[in-house]
Design a protein around this ligand. Structure first.
Ligand SMILES: [Zn+2]
Length: 354
């Protein structure tokens, strides 16, 4: 197999500088480009390698990620404040963005309650085809235009339906994933706030970021109930009984802000707060891997019920990526309140075996 070297520090800096220029100088009529950047960096984490190799993707694969991101955005947003009125937020400066309209149409005739259930419908295939067309014609075509020229530093499109992340791009997306996500999300929120069509819906209230990127309370409640049944009323981390339970992201949401059913565990609110945005220690990781191996199907069903992506292998790849990055940065893992340890190579051995 051809060995492809990871990018040098200088090449990584060049990537970040270009990305900054893209946000500053790009033209953002709709919110699609933010969604596309989030999709590309997520796919790089899930499918990319830690050398400098290219990463081929399909436009349909990318379109599916956009459907996931926009799925909840077609619900009316309401703040309950005076002088505001609930409504679907506009994600385009002109008429509503076509992807939202397509999802809205699909949801109005679909019998499915969640996206996970909808995926088995024949009409979902047609929705995906529609969104693939929009993604190909719009954000994929224009993302790399900024500062008055085209600078294809992220990907090439060698043939219809195929997008290839250039050498070292998947590496940089994996390395700087939290930064890319934060940039894209901030700009996305800013775009919606600046769109005067949304002013009557938004008022001065906050909470928009949660609505756009967070999990719904209803899904969270369903996951909590499912985990309670599956794992019993005890805290995943300390093993003690639970009166009140938080649904915790095992790989922290701050590190990887996409909800995966297999990444959820129940924890005491105080254990959850103490772990905060840290990765969990080796003993926790071992138990999590064991649970993934033995309870994968049940976790999948919980995800299906709650409308959250449920894929054992993706959760594993994301965890492997998270610990690998933390190991490279000499990061520490949380064991219990105020107790941390260095993430040594032993962690990676466990993940490779899982
Ligand atoms: Zn606990």
């Amino acid at each position: 197999m051809k060995v492809v070297l990871p990018p040098t520090a200088e090449q990584q800096l060049a990537f970040l500088t270009k990305l900054q220029r893209l946000f500053a100088e790009g033209d953002f009529t709709a919110t699609y480009k933010f969604a596309l950047l989030i999709a590309l960096s997520d796919l790089a984490v899930e499918w990319g390698a830690d050398d400098g190799s290219e990463l081929p993707l399909t436009t349909r694969q990318i379109a599916e990620r956009l459907v996931q991101q926009y799925w909840r955005h077609v619900l009316p947003y309401g703040t309950d404040r005076i002088h505001t009125m609930a409504g679907v937020l506009s994600q385009n400066l002109g008429a509503q963005a076509a992807v939202l309209t397509a999802i809205e149409e699909f949801r109005s005739t679909s019998g499915s309650r969640t996206l996970q259930q909808a995926r088995s419908e024949a009409a979902y295939g047609r929705l995906l085809t529609k969104v693939t067309t929009v993604v190909s014609a719009q954000p994929l075509t224009y993302l790399q235009n900024f500062g008055g020229t085209t600078d294809p530093f992220l990907y090439d499109r060698p043939q219809r339906g195929i997008v290839v992340l250039k050498p070292c791009v998947a590496y940089c997306f994996r390395r700087f994933h939290p930064l890319v996500q934060q940039l894209a999300r901030n700009h996305w929120v800013g775009h919606i706030k600046a769109n005067r069509r949304n002013h009557g819906i938004l008022g001065e209230a906050g909470g928009l970021e949660d609505f756009l990127f967070g999990i719904s309370r209803q899904s969270l409640a369903l996951i909590g109930a499912g985990l309670h049944k599956l794992d019993g009323p005890k805290c995943f981390y300390c093993g003690q009984g639970l009166q009140e339970a938080d649904v915790d992201h095992f790989v922290p949401f701050a590190l990887y802000p996409r909800d995966l059913a297999h990444n959820f565990v129940l924890a005491h609110p105080q254990c959850n707060r103490s772990k905060s945005d840290s990765l969990a220690g080796k003993g926790h990781l071992e138990r999590w891997l064991e649970r993934l191996a033995t309870k994968s199907a049940q976790l999948g069903e919980i995800g299906m019920e709650a409308g959250v992506a449920a894929d054992n292998k993706t959760a594993l790849r994301v965890a492997a990526w998270g610990y690998m990055n933390a190991h490279a940065a000499q990061g520490k893992a949380w064991i219990k309140a105020s107790a941390y340890e260095l993430i040594d190579s032993g962690y990676l051995t466990h993940l490779a075996a899982g």
